[in-house]
Design a protein around this ligand. Structure first.
Ligand SMILES: [Zn+2]
Length: 172
């Protein structure tokens, strides 16, 4: 039951942290802990194991999951929520601090907190599916949406802020 989650850790890359101000480091460390805690929630863990069974993905196909502290910047300037390679190594990345600050002005701190949690869950579901459907982005996106909707169906639905945030997650 817990095999997948014994393989999860926060990866700091201290040599890169020194390029950031103390305030930024503080922000990204807190962000990473929030993500880590969210992904370890028993209810969500149970749900992920159900997905693995449903998709017939073996736990040993998932090598490890790293919650990376600093955001990943693609060459085109866009951020990245997560990555999975052919060895089953999954990486989950944060949103950039400037994005979160803008979002705080729009949705408040509580709203951003809930956005960060939802985004982390969606990213891990997405990358787990890539373990099986490595390059089939379209299928993975469709299934991510399906599973994510099942998970959130009984949570946060009475909260209109949360449903707006969910729309933001899948707008691309
Ligand atoms: Zn993908």
């Amino acid at each position: 039951m817990n095999i997948l989650f014994n393989k999860m850790e926060i990866s700091v890359h201290a040599e890169k942290l020194v390029e950031h101000s103390e305030k930024h480091v503080d922000f990204y460390m807190k962000y990473a802990f929030t993500v880590f805690e969210t992904l370890q929630e028993p209810q969500f863990r149970k749900f992920l194991h159900w997905i693995l069974r449903n998709e017939k993905i073996r736990q040993d196909e998932v090598k490890d999951v790293e919650v990376v502290v600093l955001p990943f910047q693609k060459k085109n300037g866009n951020g990245l929520a997560g990555r999975c390679n052919s060895r089953g190594e999954i990486r989950i990345y944060p949103k950039r601090i400037d994005f979160c600050r803008k979002l705080i002005r729009k949705c408040g701190k509580k709203g951003v907190h809930s956005y960060i949690k939802h985004r982390a869950r969606a990213a891990l579901i997405h990358e787990l599916l890539h373990v099986k459907y490595l390059n089939d982005e379209e299928k993975v996106r469709k299934l991510t949406r399906k599973y994510f909707n099942i998970f959130t169906k009984h949570r946060d639905v009475q909260n209109p802020d949360a449903s707006n945030l969910l729309k933001m997650l899948f707008k691309h």
